[in-house]
Design a protein around this ligand. Structure first.
Ligand code: ASP
Length: 325
């Protein structure tokens, strides 16, 4: 049987990604992780290609990670910042994208505060027949596919099985704790973790963990203990205050008392449990500093380092996709 080939030009959502596609991403990320461990961590793979970053919303990790990933692949990068752009003069987002496409940009990496903007730009790229690819780098409360892919790679590489594969997570219990309602990371994570055969438990206050999320095949808990009980991995999420337009919580102190992750609470999990957080973390709110800084417990710095390899894989796969039809 021949190995299936990557065929997507855009990465907008993980909702319909097949297990074999995750496997290709994991294997390609592992190859680029090896490149990054070399004394000269750079390859000419995307020489002559242009990758543009359009970040309409704040970002530290994702933006720098994509930029470094593109540079490690020898691509040329363009950086767009809304505050200093012609958007101030009334230009639309689509016109901004078209301007960059007219400069022969091959890949657009887009973050926006509204769900659906990357999809809209991808449709426009296809309609114009540009051949350019679009990567969703986080759209509103919808999805953040590359965050979930780097989490997946971190979880699968942590397991002793080599090379990293989805099978590493088969039957694992993973608790995702915090502001699920406003989290684009949670939705993307649920798609990938379910595809890997993990059982996913969400925990947080009822205002932030709606029952409707059960439809995604996860268990819902409004108390922390049952979600943490025997979990192999715990993912903490930040309270997305910038997206809260009502009073979802009595106070941050109350939230921490009920749902804050502490060493004592993590003792309910499997021995050797590992903690993940997509960042930025609010220390003393969703978790205590001592656990996020504990290298025995926390995979946070691995998440950040793996992010570069995984984004190199995504940039490479989308640039070399064999598009059907
Ligand atoms: N960095 C992640 C995101 O952009 C998580 C967060 O902001 O809390 O969605």
């Amino acid at each position: 049987m021949s190995t299936p080939q990557w065929h997507r030009r855009h990465l907008l959502s993980l909702a319909d990604l097949e297990p074999w596609e995750y496997e290709i991403i994991l294997q390609t990320s592992a190859s680029f992780a090896e490149v990054l461990s070399r004394p000269t961590p750079k390859v000419p793979t995307l020489q002559g290609r242009v990758v543009a970053m359009l970040f309409f919303e704040a970002s530290t990790r994702t933006r720098n990670s994509f930029e470094l990933a593109a540079k490690r692949l020898s691509a040329d990068t363009l950086n767009f910042s809304p505050g200093t752009s012609a958007l101030n003069k009334g230009e639309t987002i689509l016109d901004t994208a078209k301007t960059l496409l007219a400069m022969n940009t091959n890949l657009l990496v887009i973050r926006h505060q509204y769900s659906g903007v990357p999809q809209q730009i991808a449709q426009e790229c296809d309609r114009l027949g540009t051949g350019a690819g679009v990567i969703n780098a986080g759209d509103g409360q919808h999805e953040h596919p590359t965050q979930a892919l780097l989490d997946l790679f971190t979880l699968c590489s942590h397991h002793p099985a080599r090379p990293p594969s989805l099978t590493a997570l088969q039957g694992c219990k993973i608790a995702i704790v915090g502001d699920i309602l406003h989290s684009r990371v949670a939705r993307s994570n649920i798609y990938s973790l379910r595809a890997a055969g993990a059982t996913v438990h969400l925990a947080g206050p009822p205002t932030l963990v709606p029952r409707a999320w059960q439809e995604l095949g996860v268990a819902i808990h409004w108390e922390l203990a049952p979600a943490l009980k025997d979990a192999h991995f715990v993912m903490a999420l930040r309270l997305q205050k910038e997206r809260m337009h009502q009073h979802f919580l009595p106070s941050l102190r109350e939230y921490h008392r009920e749902y804050g992750l502490t060493r004592e609470r993590l003792s309910l999990c499997q021995p050797g449990v590992k903690l993940l957080h997509p960042g930025p973390a609010n220390r003393g709110v969703e978790l205590t500093s001592d656990i996020i800084d504990d290298p025995e417990l926390s995979l946070v710095s691995q998440q950040v380092s793996n992010g570069v390899a995984v984004r190199m894989a995504v940039l490479y796969l989308l640039s070399t996709a064999k598009i059907k039809g």
